[in-house]
Design a protein around this ligand. Sequence first.
Ligand code: F6P
Length: 334
Amino acid sequence: MTIKNIAVLTSGGDAPGMNAAIRAVVLAAHHYALPTIGFFSGYNGLIEASSTLLTPASVNGIIHRGGTILKSARCPAMLTEQGLKSAAATLRKEQIDALIVIGGDGSFNGLLALNKYWSGAIIGIPGTIDNDIDGTDFTIGFSTAVNTGIEAIDKIRDTAEAFERIFIVEVMGRRSGHITFNVGIASAAEQILSFENFSQADEQEKLSHLAKEIKQAQHNRHASYIIVIAENLWPGGAVQLAKQLKQTANIDCTACILGYIQRGGSPVAKDRILATKMGVAAVQALIAGKNNVMIGERNNQLLTVPLDVAVQHKEKVSESLVSAQESILALTAQ
Ligand code: F6P
């Protein structure tokens, strides 16, 4: 199929670097003399036919900005036949031949579903802070989110150290532990609790283990103690864990939920560069006749991955990282 008109949208949780990816798509498309339409607010823009022509001027001065100039949304209508048909109708009306979606697994599933009602080419660019997409070492936004988490914990550490206090810091990541483990290791957390080393069946055992570790550390060191915990892991989250440590072992902890500060902010160099490489590669992949794929990067090499493979959630946090934390780095009671 000859590509004449490209569309791009950002969908799902915004991630730092999405703007850099939009810019790269628009500039690459312009280089190959292809007009680019940007749809607003994720798939809602397709359903409601809300779009704008994107030119090199429209993407000037956005590479350093967090969020997304196209806005984003989660779009439950894409789970319905009616929503998918409306989205497909807009694409046909606008004579779009190829759609590039920058987002995470939910967005890619939307793209796969849309493909049943629309025959244009589809390409995904992995944009999510969670890094929970298969077939790529990193997703756009992950590095910035990790750096933001580290910066925040470095600051919390100052107070924790001054008061010899225990903090439980909850980080985002949906149901994956990439942010948790990377932030935990890089901020020298005394404990990391994530999907890779905790299951809810072991709650009581983990609770008494933690209480023992904390008491021992307080007794030996008189220092700060930081537990980094993944969201959606502990029943009731960090706040509940703090309550349980108080109730069962009389340990005072401060729960701190980092939440959305991890999703915002100016993208770090790594995300800007990854997003730029992926945006250019997405347009080139379309021109080369590729369809139904995501742009990924493995060992610094760009590649394409079938979209249905990218959403399988088979790739976990590297075992070496988990075992280094568990067996060497975590503070253990002597
Ligand atoms: O996928 C990105 C993310 O920020 C996750 O880390 C988090 O669980 C989720 O989105 C929150 O999504 P929402 O803002 O839609 O509640």
